[in-house]
Design a binder for this molecule. Structure first.
Ligand SMILES: Nc1ncnc2c1ncn2[C@@H]1O[C@H](COP(=O)(O)OP(=O)(O)O)[C@@H](O)[C@H]1O
Ligand SMILES: [Mg+2]
Length: 328
């Protein structure tokens, strides 16, 4: 692969001499490197699955270029694409730290406002230009796919609920869960990136937050995206902790923004945000309890429960549901 990177730079940036190549990540779908030259630093990504999408409206590289151009034109902070050759892409380097790194090693609060502002700008640009993006939705990421996945996920969580609540035999636990998850499924999803987590926000300094991974787009609920972008799970660290950035006042800030964008009452947005926050932590606790590779499970479950107990709204249905988790 190193040879491919040298070849890419000889072709596309012949004036630059590579000084160092560091591997950042390798997944089934791609590999990512930090490439330092005599003049600058870049991120390079090999999109392994791009050939499978070539010629399709959801071609990963074409979508990423279109999304990046549109977002940059709308003032959203995303990495510039410097050059593309076959399935290799050179991006502008956006700093050494992601939101996840910051949450695991420092106090993320100074970064909060730029992160929320970037995420709001991203959401607004996608909503404003949705008709341009609709033809490029990736397979499996339609609104119907989302609802189907939501239904099966929330169904399977009913197995874990009793292990998390104070009284597993509470008579209306499952019917309240059903009401809550059905309310959420009826909310309109919107277009945006399909890969949203705290490692996809680069934070070079407290004033800048840049969103990574824009090659695949599809429908999701904006409140769910926001929760997942702003929650650090410390998943790759055996001593990792769970850190959620959202506070009631940030939730209010977001709800005011979204209320204007979608012409919806602030209370409705806060309800959805609070409910997705709660369900996200139940879902993460479920994964922790049902997949073998997690360390310090007891501590992680306690941290999820702690976040579940923190309200982001004052909605009666969520208050009722949250009460099941409260200690006596
Ligand atoms: N343009 C960039 N600038 C700085 N760091 C980057 C850049 N692109 C990727 N990274 C780093 O590499 C990691 C992996 O890249 P990413 O595109 O998110 O792929 P994946 O998460 O699927 O492995 C990111 O979480 C981030 O730490
Ligand atoms: Mg990523």
């Amino acid at each position: 692969m190193t040879e491919n990177i040298h070849h890419l730079f000889r072709n596309k940036l012949p004036e630059q001499r590579i000084a160092k190549i560091e591997s950042l990540s390798e997944t089934r779908a791609h590999a990512v490197w930090k490439v330092t030259t005599d003049r600058s630093v870049f991120a390079v990504k090999h999109h392994i699955f791009a050939p499978l999408t070539r010629g399709k409206p959801y071609h990963l590289l074409a979508v990423e270029q279109k999304v990046t151009d549109l977002l940059l034109a709308n003032g959203v902070s995303v990495p510039r694409i410097i050059a593309t050759d076959h399935d290799m892409v050179i991006y502008e380097w956006c700093g050494d730290h992601t939101l996840d790194d910051i949450c695991q090693t420092a106090d993320p609060r100074p970064f909060t406002h730029s992160i929320i502002n970037t995420l709001c700008a991203l959401e607004k640009a996608f909503y404003k230009h949705r008709s341009k993006f609709i033809p490029h939705i990736a397979p499996g990421c339609s609104a119907d796919d989302l609802r189907e996945q939501w239904h099966s996920t929330t169904q399977s969580l009913t197995e874990t609920l009793p292990a998390l609540v104070r009284d597993p035999n509470a008579p209306d636990l499952l019917s309240t869960w059903e009401t809550l998850t059905t309310e959420l499924i009826q909310a309109p999803p919107v277009l945006g990136p399909t890969d949203y987590n705290a490692r996809n926000i680069a934070c070079p300094n407290p004033e800048t937050a840049t969103v990574l991974e824009l090659a695949k787009i599809g429908y999701d609920w904006p409140e769910r995206r926001l929760i997942q972008y702003t929650t650090s799970l410390g998943a790759h660290n055996p001593r990792g902790r769970i850190v959620g950035l959202l506070t009631p006042s940030l939730a209010q800030h977001y709800a005011r923004f979204a209320s204007k964008l979608y012409s919806n009452p602030i209370e409705t947005i806060l309800f959805r945000l609070d409910a997705h926050h709660l369900i996200y932590h139940i879902s993460a606790a479920h994964i922790c309890l049902t997949t073998p590779h997690w360390k310090n499970i007891k501590t992680r479950i306690a941290q999820h429960k702690n976040l579940i107990s923190q309200p982001l709204s004052d909605h009666p249905l969520i208050n009722k549901f949250r009460a099941y988790f409260e200690k006596k």
